[in-house]
Structure formats: structure tokens, C-alpha cells
Design a protein around this ligand. Structure first.
Ligand SMILES: C=C(O[C@@H]1C=C(C(=O)O)C=C[C@H]1O)C(=O)O
Length: 340
């Protein structure tokens, strides 16, 4: 998917302490805030911009906030269950699906509303989307895993809109409570290239043994306004082809997840999309590392430190992952320098 209306700045996020999340300056406006703390809060407008609270931290001391910043004034709004902030170039939207016995229908409703809002506001191009859900690996009353039920609802909407193979980088990961929280970034236009990993089957072609409807996301999304671009790397795990590798071995799973990211952002993959130069793991920032078992946390931290830049924003979160045999998942953003 490529288009050419040119926004003039690239969206930027920082990780801050929750208490510092709403700090602004005359040059820095807030497009959206996501807090990762020891409780959840449905999306709402706060000081004119959206804020959503995810229950991902173990205790009140280790939370953080992901803050999306704009150089332009932000207008906040609400549309049904969606809270949004937009600045003329980008929109940040957040919505919440309360715990329900019917996630397929609830997901369908939420996704439909999001697409309707993006069209009516004039920001049709989604370039990154995150979902956090409680009980992700639990069975629904129909006996299907919650994640798989979510995939059914999502796929239905995207099929209807002809977008099944067009979705950008995404994350679907566990949360400690609250149902499903979804937030996204979209824009009026800009160059966008959704990138696949040659070592992995595209998620939308996963075989049906992983669920009746395949997930819809790209392994990474390159997005460039009129200036330096960014590569948004999806939640990435120890999957080769479509198979989970290294069952039960967190160290090898972690190294494979890192290897998959290195593959996606490396020269070999990017050159196939005319996006040279490539990058390495040391170029990744705004990194979130999700670890299923708290006892693996220190080990995963040590491995990640071998690869990531010491200056990178990086957080380690205890969370369940979309397949119950996955122990670790990693996402991040590469900010490119130069003109592409
Ligand atoms: C880990 C994987 O998928 C996860 C699920 C996603 C989704 O359903 O949108 C996106 C990225 C990951 O959080 C994978 O299939 O490789």
C-alpha cells in the first residue's frame, strides 16, 4: 500500500513515568497517552487528549506511560466507545471492549466503529495498531481461545472492507484485566510499506490449526511522511514458517524473536521493498519485551541487553502471549535518519 499525501513530521513516542505522562510544552502537544500500571482505565479525554490505562505492571512502582507527541495543537473527541486525538496529520484512537462472553461480535463492532471514525475524520491510513486483552489464552464459553475469537471478529470486518492483507504492524498481547483495549495511529497519507519476514509465513496465511480465521497484520510497517521514515516492528516471537520453535526454552525463544526482528529490519529484507539501508537491533527504540513467566524476566533482560542500544527506551512486561507455547515477544520502532 503506497500513497503520497505528505505529512510533515513523523509521529514520536516516549516512555515516561506515569506521573509525568501529561507534561506538555508550547512546542509539544500530546496526541495520546497509554499508561501501563497496576490497574486499567477505559479510554477518556484528559486535558483534551485521549488517555487509556492498561493493567500490565505487577505493582504500582514499575509502571510507565507511552506518550505520543505532536508539534501541533491536538483536538480531542469521542465517538461511541472510542476516544481520539488528532492534529491535522495524525490521529490516535483508543477503544475498549469490556469482558464479554461474545468477543467475536464485540470485536466486530469495535473494529467497524474504528474504521467508520477514521473515514469520517479523514485519517484512513492505519500504520500501527496495538491490542491488549485479558484472558488471551483462556477458553470462551464456546470453547474457543479468546485470542482466536478476537481474530474471528477482526477478520470479518477486514474481509468486508477488502483489507485482510493490508493491515500494518500490530501487537496482540495479554493484559492482567479489563477485556480488550485497542489503540492505533492513523494518518491522512504518507508513504507506507507493510513488510513481511521471508522466514515467516505471513500471518494472514497461517493454517487453520491456529484458529478458524488467520490474524491480520504485517511483520513491520515502514511509514514516511515528507522526511525521515520509521519502521514499526510488530510484536515478534519465536516463530519460523508458521511454527512455534524451542518449546519451553525461553533463552532460545528470545534469541529467535530477536533474530526475526533483525531479519525484518535488515538490508536483505528491506532491499526487497526498495527500502535500503537496512538496520540492526541496536537501532531499535521504544522497545517492549513481553515475558510470560515472571521467573524468566531476568534472563530475558540479560539477553536483550546484549543486542539493544543502552540508550534505547525499553520496558519488560509480564504478559501472556497469543499462543500458549510462546514465552517471549518483542516489539519496537526504528527511527530512520536521512530522507527515507
Ligand atoms: C506473535 C505473533 O502474533 C501476535 C499477534 C498479532 C495479531 O494477531 O495481530 C500481532 C503480533 C503479535 O503480537 C505471531 O503470529 O508471530
Amino acid at each position: 500500500m503506497k500513497s503520497t499525501l505528505l505529512p510533515a513530521y513523523a509521529p514520536v513516542s516516549t516512555f515516561r513515568s506515569p506521573g509525568d505522562a501529561h507534561r506538555t510544552t508550547p512546542e509539544q502537544h500530546t496526541l495520546g497517552v497509554v499508561t501501563f500500571t497496576d490497574g486499567w482505565a477505559r479510554p477518556r479525554l484528559r486535558d483534551g487528549h485521549p488517555e487509556v490505562g492498561l493493567h500490565l505492571a505487577g505493582s504500582s512502582g514499575d509502571g510507565f506511560a507511552e506518550v505520543w507527541i505532536s508539534p501541533r495543537p491536538v483536538t480531542g473527541g469521542e465517538f461511541g466507545d472510542i476516544t481520539y486525538g488528532h492534529d491535522g496529520e495524525y490521529v490516535f484512537c483508543a477503544t475498549h471492549i469490556p469482558e464479554t462472553a461474545d468477543y467475536p461480535t464485540a470485536t466486530e463492532t469495535a473494529y467497524s466503529a474504528l474504521l467508520e471514525l477514521l473515514t469520517s475524520l479523514g485519517y484512513p491510513q492505519i500504520f500501527r495498531i496495538w491490542h491488549y486483552m485479558s484472558d488471551i489464552n483462556a477458553d470462551s464459553p464456546r470453547g474457543m481461545e479468546v485470542y482466536r475469537e478476537f481474530c474471528v471478529g477482526r477478520a470479518k470486518v477486514l474481509e468486508r472492507h477488502g483489507m485482510s492483507h493490508d493491515m500494518p504492524a500490530a501487537t496482540v498481547i495479554g493484559a492482567h484485566g479489563g477485556g480488550i483495549f485497542l489503540y492505533l495511529l492513523a494518518c491522512r497519507g504518507g508513504t507506507q510499506v507493510n513488510i513481511e519476514n521471508p522466514r515467516q509465513v505471513p500471518a494472514y496465511h497461517y493454517p487453520s490449526k491456529y484458529g478458524p480465521k488467520s490474524p491480520n497484520f504485517a511483520r513491520a510497517t515502514y511509514f514516511a511522511p515528507d522526511g525521515p521514515g520509521r519502521i514499526f516492528v510488530s510484536g515478534t516471537a519465536a516463530i519460523l514458517g508458521h511454527q512455534t520453535m524451542h518449546h519451553g526454552d525461553v533463552e532460545r525463544q528470545c534469541r529467535l524473536a530477536l533474530g526475526n526482528i533483525a531479519q525484518v529490519i535488515g538490508t536483505g529484507t528491506l532491499s526487497a521493498y526498495d527500502l535500503e539501508p537496512g538496520h540492526g537491533l541496536a537501532d531499535l527504540d521504544q522497545i517492549k519485551v513481553y515475558v510470560r513467566r515472571t521467573e524468566d524476566m531476568d534472563r530475558v533482560r540479560r539477553i536483550c541487553r546484549e543486542y539493544f542500544a543502552p540508550t534505547a527506551d525499553i520496558v519488560f512486561l509480564n504478559a501472556d502471549i497469543c499462543r500458549s507455547d510462546l514465552l517471549v515477544e518483542i516489539e519496537g520502532i526504528v527511527a530512520r535518519t536521512g530522507s527515507s
